[in-house]
Design a protein around this ligand. Structure first.
Ligand SMILES: Cc1cc2nc3c(=O)[nH]c(=O)nc-3n(C[C@H](O)[C@H](O)[C@H](O)COP(=O)(O)OP(=O)(O)OC[C@H]3O[C@@H](n4cnc5c(N)ncnc54)[C@H](O)[C@@H]3O)c2cc1C
Length: 433
């Protein structure tokens, strides 16, 4: 049986970051990936997707996108290639094409037994880096046998994939809005079902919103604001990056509707919440402008004023007199794209690190089962945790924790004690800096 000190499961950005930090700490480890490095960026996202953040921001500290301008947006294949190159840079011990099927705690000895598609591995520690967005969720509203094609945003590729006709896109986060916009540009009549969302400006006063969220401390927010649990964020890096403006989309022909509620006899009903959801997004947008202005004034920043950013287009008819229902056949709707998010599946992780709803129980990735860790989860330590730059910092904390635990173990082992001078990696790094 193969043995390893620390096993990392998954080689997306979280697994690659984890491997870099474990390497720095000198922790022997192996990363198992069932497909290829950064697979989700290759095969689980639509063709035209580009990163939502600019290249200077959506990256790890140790490597730049040398072929993309800092303010440009990397296409999804380029993002995947970036992580592959990053892993090569430090020779990350990644084994691809191997799926982990079960992790169980050992009894009578430390560590875990890990079953994989290529045999059994014994690991002292396991880091779960299998992604924040694993299993597409389609709410059970429209029966699968209804006369309309239904697919999740993770299965959507491009407009040509859909049968001719109008399309209902459900969900107003970054995926739903970008897909709806693409379909409308391809000449489709699009109905967009809009839920609660945040809507930061793409840029303001010459700075991208990623910059504003950084200097305003928003990326570092430790937890969601109460009541914001189901709020998605609508941003886009498409066509060089632009602010999502639902009124503009409606003036171009898109029909905005409230949240999708029910389906009967070929008719979809919507909640009467469209105006409220749009108003909420507007308030979020304006709050960021206000916070940015206050920050610029307080710090005496010489940034060009941008009063035009506060101008709001006239309310389109679909907003003032929203549709309560839509007869799919009468409206010519042949497809529904559900951009309704994802859930996780840890059925293979049979350890005491999950609550009774199957959600990881952890603090900053250190779980309630000693030796089991998580990285890459939304809000693992802060708002930025599931984003490219954020996971790198979370992985550093988890690697520190692992290194410290290894020190304790070494101290408890009389044979290794003399070589293993106890030291605290975090404190040492601080002293060296
Ligand atoms: C449409 C979309 C666009 C996004 N755009 C951005 C963006 O522009 N900027 C940004 O910062 N973030 C973005 N994100 C958020 C985040 O960066 C991505 O979701 C990213 O893929 C998360 O990386 P990860 O490594 O945590 O997980 P994943 O990319 O999901 O990687 C997990 C890996 O684990 C593997 N795996 C899973 N289970 C097993 C198993 N049992 N055994 C072995 N391997 C396994 C998978 O194959 C996968 O490769 C976006 C997310 C989505 C959905």
């Amino acid at each position: 049986m193969e043995t390893i000190d620390t096993l990392v499961i998954g080689a997306g950005q979280a697994g690659v970051a984890m491997s870099e930090h474990l390497s720095r700490q000198g922790v022997p480890h192996l990363v198992l990936e069932r497909h290829r490095i950064a697979e989700r960026w290759r095969t689980e996202r639509w063709d035209s997707l580009v990163a939502n953040g600019p290249a200077w921001h959506d990256r790890f500290p140790g490597l730049e996108f040398d072929d993309i301008s800092p303010d440009g947006f990397a296409p999804k294949e380029r993002v995947a290639a970036y992580f592959e190159a990053y892993a090569r840079k430090f020779n990350a011990p990644i084994r691809t094409g191997v799926e982990v099927t079960q992790v169980v705690r050992n009894h009578g000895k430390p560590g875990f037994t890990v079953n994989t598609s290529a045999g059994v591995i014994e690991a002292q520690r396991v880091v779960v880096a299998t992604g924040p967005f694993q299993r597409p969720v389609i709410p059970p509203v429209v029966p699968q046998d209804a006369a309309v094609l239904q697919l999740h945003s993770a299965q959507y590729r491009n407009p040509a994939q859909l049968p001719p006709g109008a399309v209902l896109v459900v969900g107003s986060g970054s995926s739903g809005v970008q897909i709806a916009d693409e379909l409308q540009r391809a000449g489709r009549q699009v109905y967009l079902s809009v839920g609660p969302h945040d809507r930061p400006p793409r840029g303001y006063r010459g700075r991208d919103f990623c910059w504003w969220l950084g200097v305003l401390g928003e990326w570092d927010a430790p937890a969601m604001k109460p009541g914001a649990e189901h709020v998605t964020i609508a941003v886009s890096g498409a066509r060089g990056g632009e602010t999502i403006d639902f009124r503009r989309l409606a003036h171009q022909g898109m029909v905005l509707v409230g949240m999708t509620q029910s389906f009967a006899d070929g008719v979809i009903r919507f909640q009467p919440d469209l105006a409220r959801n749009i108003a909420r997004g507007d308030a979020n947008y304006l709050a960021l402008l206000d916070a940015a202005d206050a920050y610029a004034a307080r710090n005496g920043l010489d940034l060009p004023p941008e009063p035009a950013a506060r101008q709001v287009l006239a309310d389109p008819a679909c907003l003032t007199e929203p549709l309560a229902e839509l007869d799919l056949t009468a409206a010519g709707v042949t497809a529904i794209v559900w951009a309704t998010g994802f859930t996780t599946d840890y059925s293979w992780l049979q350890v005491n690190a999950l609550d009774d709803k199957g959600k990881p129980r952890h603090h900053r990735g250190v779980s309630s089962e000693p030796g089991i860790y998580f990285v890459g989860l939304p809000w693992l330590s802060r708002r930025g945790s599931s984003f490219i730059w954020g996971v790198w910092h979370d992985a550093s904390y988890v690697a520190d924790h692992i290194a410290i635990q290894r020190q304790y173990f070494a101290q408890g082992d009389p044979g290794r004690r003399q070589q293993a001078d106890f030291h605290h990696p975090v404190a040492e790094a601080a002293i060296q800096n």
